[in-house]
Ligand binder design. Structure first.
Ligand SMILES: NC(=O)c1ccc[n+]([C@@H]2O[C@H](COP(=O)([O-])OP(=O)(O)OC[C@H]3O[C@@H](n4cnc5c(N)ncnc54)[C@H](O)[C@@H]3O)[C@@H](O)[C@H]2O)c1
Length: 255
């Protein structure tokens, strides 16, 4: 890592799924990438063979480990121009069965993580007039059963995005969010049964799950110069899900 003109993006949860697709797209566009993940083995596999990456095994919900990430990234000789708070956990269950430990685990990664990471890198991002993208979810836009912790964490992250955009805008830092619909990743596979998949197809105007690369495209756009006057926005990349309040299958033209 020697070219001082090359910009660096930090992507959390970069070992797989949307985070890994985002890291690949940044690399394709000529950025360096700091890949952060709690799963060191998976991160090692994901980063092996890639050039221009720094792999950091850490938990974004732990303030001391976040300080460690900041230290490692500060040793790079290029400016941090993008922070993608993508690391997230999904834990679906009824309210009565959501123990405080389960609730805290979801809040810790999905909400505390983006708070801590953005705070830790604000100074660096301000120097580069950089951008933050938080990954929320359609679960933060619409309520459902079984998502008391996950949905609430993502709704809170959407509001955190607005808070950060308003305050950090004064420093020249843009902050936006991408709210994916269902995407074919390990996270979705772990919690989406065949019934859930079929119901999603019914509820989504584009009638399919999204692909990791489609979410990465939205994320990298929001970090790019093309989005230089865009801040405080929650961009849904959801196949039209959130637009379709009464998009009932029985009202479809094709039915
Ligand atoms: N897949 C979907 O359908 C979908 C839909 C909407 C939103 N999202 C959101 O997109 C993001 C990425 O989802 P994905 O489907 O790629 O998930 P994934 O489970 O495939 O990948 C998430 C990564 O985050 C890492 N991670 C988890 N906790 C961490 C922590 N505390 N510190 C550092 N790393 C941690 C995991 O090890 C994993 O590599 C998440 O925030 C998720 O909530 C996903």
């Amino acid at each position: 890592m020697t070219d001082k003109t090359q910009k660096t993006a930090l992507v959390t949860g970069a070992a797989r799924g949307i985070g890994l697709a985002t890291a690949h797209l940044f690399l394709d566009r000529g950025w360096r990438v700091a890949m952060v993940d709690i799963d060191g083995a998976e991160l090692g596999r994901a980063a092996s063979g890639l050039t221009d990456v720094l792999a950091i095994t850490a938990d974004v919900s732990d303030p001391e480990q976040v300080a460690g990430i900041r230290q490692k990234v500060s040793e790079l000789d290029s400016s941090l121009a993008a922070l993608v708070n993508n690391a997230g956990v999904a834990d679906f269950g009824p309210i009565a069965e959501t123990t405080f430990d389960r609730w805290r685990r979801v809040m810790a990664t999905n909400l505390d993580g983006p708070f801590l990471m953005t705070q830790a890198f604000t100074e660096a991002l301000a120097k580069a007039r950089g951008a933050v993208v938080n990954i929320t979810s359609i679960s933060g836009v619409r309520a459902s059963t079984l998502r008391v912790a996950y949905g609430t964490s993502k709704a809170a992250l959407a509001h955190l995005t607005l808070q950060q955009a308003v305050e950090l805008g004064e420093l020249g830092v843009r902050v936006n969010a991408v709210a994916p619909g269902p995407v074919d990743t390990k996270l979705a596979m772990a919690v989406h049964t065949a019934d859930i998949r079929a119901a999603y197809h019914d509820a989504i105007p584009l009638n399919r799950y999204g692909q990791e690369a489609e979410i990465a495209n939205a994320i990298v756009f929001l970090c790019s110069a093309e989005a230089s006057y865009v801040t405080g926005q929650i961009l849904a990349a959801d196949g039209g899900f959130s637009a379709a309040g009464v998009g009932l299958p029985s009202l479809r033209l094709s039915d």
